[in-house]
Design a protein around this ligand. Sequence first.
Ligand code: PHE
Length: 356
Amino acid sequence: MASDTDASIDRIKAAPDLQALEAERVSALGKQGAITQLLKTLGAMTPEQRQAEGPRIHALREAVTDAIAARKAALEGAALEQRLATEKLDLTLPVPPPLEGSVHPVSQVMDELAEIFADLGFAVATGPEIEDDWRNFTALNIPETHPARAMHDTFYFPDQDAGGQRMLLRTHTSPVQIRTMQSQQPPIYIIAPGRTYRSDSDATHTPMFHQVEGLVIDRGIHLGHLKWTLETFLKAYFERDDIVLRMRPSYFPFTEPSAEVDVGYTMVKGRRVLGGNEGWMELLGSGMVHPKVIAACGLDPEEWQGFAFGCGIDRLAMLKYGMDDLRAFFDGDLRWLKHYGFSALDVPTLSGGVGA
Ligand code: PHE
């Protein structure tokens, strides 16, 4: 019997695959298997016989079981090795030729903004697109009954979050002001580019659009800092020294005073070209951060002041790169993307010209 088992173990060791191994297992340990049959003979033995045979038969069973486990592990290991050797995942991108994809103008402009503001000492901050009512409105000094809420054409979610707050798609990037002041100690110098949403759609409005928020919180900040920052930013962005700003008194609940900023343009062959001051176009909203907003974030408005601004990125891109239909930005038309897209290798740098 022991030699039968030796032969069985040899076959197990030589089993070419898992299927053959399973057949060997059944023939040794299955219901009709050789070892199973041997175990059954124990019942008919005298106690003395059983004392001698029992350990021997159990040892045979253990030897077969171990051999099967060892062969199984070896076969599975080999199968894995084989897969690892043959299956390859190429994580690299082909660099031209031909480089198929292109960088969307919105991404390009976001990179340009990050580059320009990094040079002025601003970090990039982010926040979620699904925002709570408090950060999108209340903390920004827009209480429940404020008419500004109606102006925002907000997409609300039907459910409330765990804290019982109404959730919404952020209608502007201004809630990132709140998040940043809640999580960082001043001085704060950030921009926050990202997606925003309003229930609005025509040639100049899409339900999803992009904004960039700017926020400075420090000691002794005044309107002069705001104006200088915007001027420096717009000159660098449009790559022209003759960019002229006009600040018009305006109203936002979260800034006081508030100013809408227009940029001067000149008519060149019937087209508006930024620079000079033949006419004005509205470009962004701004102001000194309202003390109530600073206090809502747990900071002392006696100690800390600041300015904020908000600007449409899509519009910035259109003005600089000459697209005239906003909706085409989000159609995913390959011809448009090829025409207006940027090379992935064209990283904007101030020294190379940010719009290179
Ligand atoms: N959040 C404003 C909007 O979406 C813009 C803004 C930002 C105005 C910061 C002032 C200060 O219209």
